[in-house]
Write a protein that binds this ligand. Structure first.
Ligand code: IMP
Length: 426
């Protein structure tokens, strides 16, 4: 096993950070391949909680090379804040590398994100307001500024001048969102920040990664967000602006698809979503509130309460297909203890018909009603279980049903936030 991709199978927040951290100790390299500081990974080590947004969770192991890949969008201020806070807590960070091809988030991206979200006609997506979407727009519109460009003041000035002109006009005149950017100040600020982390920047991140592939090193490609937030395969337009799916690793890190050996799908035992958009198995109030409190379901990035619902087998099947999942990591099963019954959605009812293929058109999706199976709960506390055979019978039945719907085998089951709270099956 050389290249493993780890992805979220739902709307993000499945607990990928903990699984990445767990796998990281056996890896030589971890590559983050898309997204930016819209993501939030919480890793608990002993009594310390670490919240990471950009830096891959593997950074806690000094021997693991951690790469922020070309497909990521980087807010340098957030990157520096993370670097400095980890350094203060004793991590040298000599193992971090940042691709010169990664795109840079500027204040006008954040302003555009906020302005768009305020304009009703644009349709509120409920973004994290970090400027992610507008930065990817510039990338694909070929006026983005990349990390490597920050070291070339002349080029930076030229690119910034055009961007500032365009964005100021758009914000001031179309969005009624008054802005006034000072190009000299921006150049000074971004150059200063770049100088603080430029020793970590690699010009050819794809060469670095492919060299590791050729040497049969163990590499973990870490996707942020989740399949249902994928710009192509999620609940468009209520999605993020990148490709969190396994295929995104090929473009976001620069490897060939045939190099991928395993795809681990991280599955939360129930489902959550932050922001707007369809969520067929959402539970409003009652049990939804109970799951939120018990599972501490508040956004790691924005602190927003997450919407909660039952496990959705249709979403799962969609994720299995799109990502080519070979193994499952099921998280937060402990949160479901003490429930009398647990519902599992196995199909949708759409205009009188039963369907199991996820409708990616949100108007068709809005007409879908989940069809549930009822499973008996269990009362036991699972937080100290380390062997599969020690799980209550009903927990095993529930997990086996999830695996059946996912058409993949379970490799890991997480029973708590701590590193040691894990059951390994493979
Ligand atoms: P953006 O990525 O900030 O543009 O937000 C687009 C949508 O993706 C919004 O619904 C966000 O709440 C959601 N989103 C972005 N990142 C994450 C994440 O890491 N976890 C969960 N939802 C996310």
């Amino acid at each position: 096993m050389t290249v493993t991709v780890i992805i979220g199978t739902q709307w993000g927040d499945e607990g990928k950070g903990k699984i990445t951290d767990l796998l990281a100790r056996d890896m030589d390299m971890i590559v983050r391949y898309q997204g930016g500081n819209n993501a939030g990974h919480t890793v608990v080590i002993k009594d310390e909680t670490f919240k990471l947004h950009l830096i891959p969770s593997g950074v806690f192991y000094p021997n693991v090379v951690c790469v922020i890949g070309n497909g990521v969008v980087v807010d340098p201020a957030v990157l520096l804040q993370e670097i400095n806070s980890l350094k203060q807590r004793g991590f040298a960070l000599d193992n971090l590398r940042i691709s010169a091809q990664a795109h840079v988030i500027f204040p006008y991206h954040r302003d555009l994100d906020a302005a768009q979200e305020q304009k009703n006609e644009a349709g509120r997506i409920g973004t994290t307001n970090r400027g992610i979407g507008p930065c990817y727009v510039d990338k694909f519109n070929r006026r983005g500024i990349r990390i490597g460009d920050l070291g070339n003041t002349e080029l930076l000035r030229q690119r910034l001048a055009w961007n500032i002109l365009e964005k100021s006009f758009q914000l001031n005149n179309f969005y009624n969102y008054p802005v006034n950017y000072d190009i000299d100040q921006l150049i000074a600020d971004y150059t200063k920040m770049f100088n603080e982390f430029k020793h970590l920047v690699v010009d050819e991140s794809t060469a670095l990664i492919n060299q590791a592939v050729n040497q049969n090193k163990r590499i973990l490609m870490e996707g942020a967000q989740g399949t249902m937030l994928d710009v192509d395969h999620g609940t468009y337009p209520y999605v993020t602006s990148s490709s969190p799916i396994a295929g995104g690793a090929c473009s976001g890190a620069g490897i060939g698809p045939q190099e991928i050996d395993e795809v681990i799908g991280v599955v939360k035992a129930y489902v959550t979503r932050v922001g707007g958009g369809p969520f067929p198995t959402e539970i409003i109030g009652g049990m939804g509130d109970q799951l939120r409190e018990k599972g501490h379901e508040y956004g790691a990035t924005t602190g927003r309460p997450r919407r909660c619902g039952w496990f959705d087998g249709v979403v799962m099947k969609h994720a299995s297909k799109i990502n080519g999942i070979t193994q499952l990591a099921i998280t937060k099963i402990d949160v479901l203890s003490q429930l009398e019954k647990i519902m599992v959605c196995t199909a949708y009812e759409y205009e009188g018909k039963t369907i199991t293929d996820f409708p990616t058109d949100i108007y068709r999706l809005a007409k879908c009603r989940p069809i549930y199976e009822e499973w008996p709960g269990w009362n036991e506390d699972l937080s100290k279980v380390t062997k599969y055979q020690d799980l209550p019978v009903n927990t095993k039945k529930y997990l086996e049903r999830l695996a059946e719907l996912a058409e993949a085998k379970i490799a890991l089951i997480s029973v708590g936030a701590e590193r040691g709270q894990i059951i390994k099956l493979i």
